[in-house]
Design a protein around this ligand. Sequence first.
Ligand code: UGA
Length: 434
Amino acid sequence: MKITVVGTGYVGLVTGTCFAETGNDVTCVDIDVKKVEKLSSGQVTIYEPGLEKLFERNLKEGRLHFTTNLEEGISEAAVIFLALPTPPGEDGSADLSYILKVADQLGHLLKDYKIIVDKSTVPVGTADKVHAAIAKNATVDFDVVSNPEFLREGVAVEDFMKPDRVVIGTSSERARKIMADLYAPFVRQGNPVIFMDEKSAELTKYAANSFLATKISFMNEIAILCERLGADVDMVRRGIGSDDRIGKRFLFPGIGYGGSCFPKDVQALVKSSQTVDYDFRILNAVMDVNEAQKVFLLPKIESYFENNLQGKHFALWGLAFKPNTDDIREAPALYIIDRLLAAGATVSAFDPEAMPNVKQLLGDRIHFAEHQYDALDNADALIIATEWSVFRTPDFEKIRTNLKDQVIFDGRNLFESPRMQELGFHYESVGRQA
Ligand code: UGA
């Protein structure tokens, strides 16, 4: 099938590459000339494990093309995916201007029947708006489908190639058949393609992310209770997670969720609710808890250093909002850094992928270490903000020799507290007894 993907950001590039991998002929369109040049010459513009290999293969075999010209890019396509940004506007609601602008252009350009698919996370009712924007100028038949993506950064290729489910919102029989054919290779193991109306598909995406964020904030509050009541959150997590109705996944407490999705989507759903006169009380609490959780380690650090961080030096492991990505949007590490610097401390950080992005943001306000152990030199304590695998089984002897004081504040519960005590560390984590 011939497919066009408009927008070569994170979602667009993964979508385009994975559809090419199943034999489709994919053209990706982007207004960014430099990006299109880079991609055409074989340079992958985002960091995502596994993507480069698929990208190179499909580019070489001629199934992936890049252009800045929308008219040329869509001319032969049966399906056009819109994978455009929907940043939060000033009031937190999703800004649809990128999508609607392209929809407007498409109306002029369509010469035969095509399916236009909303792949971006968009508020309920957007498919109708996109339909109206195209219809204003269109002279041919077309359908607008909502097909939200559920990719996780860091495992996006795997998520796309083997989705738990595919959600397709359409009221058109013609579009339904084509979309079913397109996704058939991805659900061969029997995972469902769930067809529904457009609005339900749009809401499904927000409901999924908001529910997951709720699970995290709930566990973060349980972790606080565990500390105060003398319980252990690892035990409670295992105790409740074995109930199938709750499920084992996404129950890990920590220093809050970050990234480009959960914070934005929870906020957007709260805003959407307000537009229909509803106050989504649970989600307001989810956001509040998460804001506080990002700096959850601070009181522990302050208390250990008797409320005086002036002149203290901290090693920080992990800057990305989660492992296997260089994404630092809403990363808890940045909030911790802010607080430490404001209190007169200095920071030496290490992250396997995210240091260039933080450097761009913070310049030389913090020091960037070449190696995880170099960050520890002369530090009064180590703070762990992201659970990269390389931090999970460190050389504790090296940590001991490099750190000035044997103190670790772990926001991701990487180690067992008793073991850390045995090794002679002052070790504080989330929801466990020190
Ligand atoms: C999330 C969803 O998981 C995807 O299904 C969705 O497609 C995506 O948003 C999106 O809307 O595009 P992502 O933001 O890449 O994916 O990251 P997750 O792996 O879901 O992690 C989100 C945050 O939750 C991270 O900050 C992580 O540290 C935190 N988290 C996750 C916890 O604190 N505890 C957990 O148990 C799990």
